[in-house]
Design a protein around this ligand. Structure first.
Ligand code: PMP
Length: 382
C-alpha cells in the first residue's frame, strides 16, 4: 500500500494509540468530577492542552477542545459574528476556503451578515492589497486559511495578521492543513483564532481545537454544562484529547525533520512525473513555494477519477480534489478559482505526502503513473 492521501487524513501514530488505550482502559474519570479519578483525568487534559498550545506558541488557556476542524471553524465564525453583531456585520474571507468555512459564511449571509470573498491568483494566493481595500468600518472579522487543502498554497497570514491588528479586526486562520507542515506561531503572526484538527497530524479523528486569544469576545454555539470555559459544553472526549496531545507533541519535536522529509519526497515525485510523463500541468504554487505535503497535478486527456481507480488497483491511494468534495458532484471550487480550464480540472489528482512515505514508494508511484497515464491516453484515442 502506498498511501498518498495525507491531506484527507493520516495514519494514527503508535505512540498516540498506546496512550489512548491507556486512557480508555484506566483513566475513565470525568474531568469535572471532584474526586481523584476526576482529578487524574483533568491532569491528563491539562498535559494535552499544554502540548497543543506549544505547537502553535499559544497560551494554554487559549485552547478550546472541539470535535475537529469543522467545529472549530463553526465556533470561530458564528461565535464572533454573533458576539460582535452590534459592532458590524462585514466579514472578509477567500474564495478557496474549506466548505466548513464557506458554508458557515453562507449561513451568516442568510442571517444579516455581508461577506467579501477575496479572489486568488493562479497559484491560489490572496492579494493583501485586495484585502486592505475590502476593509470597511463594519468589518469585524477576517478568516483566511493558512494552507489550502487542495493545492497547498501558503497564504500570507503574517501580513494579514499585522493589518488586522492595526485595524482592530479579529483574524481567524483555518490552520488545519498547516500545523506541523509550516511554521505557525499565533504570537509572532498575530493570529487571534486558529482552527486545528488532530487527524491531519497522526492523531485520532473527531477531535481538534480552536485557539482563542484572550482579547477575543466570542459566544458559544453549543450550550450545556459549561465545559471548556463555557465555550464547548459536553463531557470531554478524553481519549481523543489525550491522543491529540501526544500527536501535537510529536509534531512539534519532529517539525524540521518532517518538513524536510515531506519536501524532499514531494520534489522527487514532481520531478519524476515531469520527466517521465508528457502533458502534465502543476496546479497551484511552485513546488518549493507550496506546503511541503501537497502536490496537485493534471494529466491532460485522462479523467482524474479514472486514474485514481487505476492507481488504486496497484495499491496507491490519492484524491481528485479534496476528499470532502470529491464524492460530491460539481467541480472543485479551488481549481475553478485559480482559473484552471474545465478539462484540466477534470484531470486533476492531489497527491498528499506523509511522514510514513518512503523514496521507494514515490519511485513506484512514478512508474505506475507513467504506465497508467500512457495506457489511458492510448485507450481514449481508440
Ligand atoms: N479545514 C481544512 C483546510 C481541512 O482540510 C479540513 C479537513 N478536510 C477541515 C477544515 C475539517 O477538519 P475536520 O475533518 O477535523 O472536521
Amino acid at each position: 500500500e502506498v498511501y498518498l492521501d495525507n491531506s484527507a487524513t493520516t495514519r494514527v501514530r503508535k505512540e498516540v494509540i498506546e496512550k489512548m488505550v491507556e486512557v480508555l482502559e484506566n483513566e475513565y474519570g470525568n474531568p469535572s468530577s471532584l474526586h481523584l479519578k476526576g482529578y487524574q483525568a483533568e491532569k491528563l487534559m491539562k498535559e494535552a492542552r499544554e502540548n497543543v498550545a506549544k505547537l502553535i506558541n499559544g497560551d494554554i488557556e487559549g485552547i478550546v477542545f472541539t470535535s475537529g476542524g469543522t467545529e472549530s471553524n463553526n465556533l470561530a465564525l458564528i461565535g464572533v459574528a454573533e458576539s460582535l453583531r452590534k459592532k458590524g456585520n462585514h466579514i472578509i474571507s477567500s474564495a478557496i476556503e474549506h466548505p466548513s468555512v464557506l458554508n458557515v459564511l453562507k449561513y451568516l449571509e442568510e442571517n444579516g451578515f455581508e461577506v467579501t470573498y477575496l479572489t486568488v491568483d493562479k497559484t491560489g494566493k490572496v492579494d493583501v492589497k485586495d484585502l486592505k481595500r475590502a476593509i470597511t468600518d463594519k468589518t469585524i472579522l477576517i478568516s483566511i486559511m493558512a494552507v489550502n487543502n487542495e493545492i497547498g498554497t501558503i497564504e500570507p497570514i503574517e501580513e494579514i495578521g499585522e493589518i488586522a491588528k492595526e485595524r482592530g479586526i479579529i483574524f481567524h486562520v483555518d490552520a488545519t492543513q498547516a500545523v506541523g507542515k509550516i511554521n505557525i506561531d499565533v504570537k509572532k503572526q498575530n493570529l487571534d483564532m486558529i482552527s486545528l484538527s488532530s487527524h491531519k497530524i497522526h492523531g485520532p479523528k473527531g477531535v481538534g481545537a480552536l485557539y482563542i486569544d484572550k482579547s477575543v469576545k466570542i459566544r458559544p454555539i453549543i450550550f450545556g454544562g459549561g465545559q471548556e470555559k463555557n465555550l464547548r459544553s459536553g463531557t470531554e472526549n478524553m481519549p481523543g484529547i489525550v491522543g491529540f496531545g501526544v500527536a501535537s507533541k510529536l509534531a512539534k519535536e519532529n517539525f524540521h525533520g518532517n518538513v524536510s522529509k515531506l519536501m524532499t519526497l514531494k520534489k522527487r515525485l514532481y520531478q519524476g512525473i515531469v520527466s517521465e510523463i508528457k502533458d502534465v500541468h502543476l496546479n497551484g504554487p511552485n513546488v518549493e513555494e507550496g506546503a511541503p505535503h501537497i502536490l496537485n497535478i493534471s494529466f491532460a486527456g485522462v479523467r482524474g477519477e479514472v486514474l485514481l481507480h487505476a492507481l488504486e488497483e496497484k495499491g496507491i491511494y490519492v484524491s481528485t480534489g479534496s476528499a470532502c468534495s470529491s464524492k460530491k458532484k460539481g467541480q472543485s471550487h479551488v481549481l475553478k478559482a485559480i482559473g484552471l480550464k474545465e478539462d484540466l480540472i477534470e484531470s486533476a489528482i492531489r497527491f498528499s505526502i506523509g511522514i510514513f512515505n518512503t523514496e521507494e514508494e514515490i519511485d513506484y508511484t512514478i512508474s505506475v503513473l507513467e504506465e497508467k497515464v500512457n495506457f489511458l491516453r492510448k485507450y481514449k484515442r481508440r
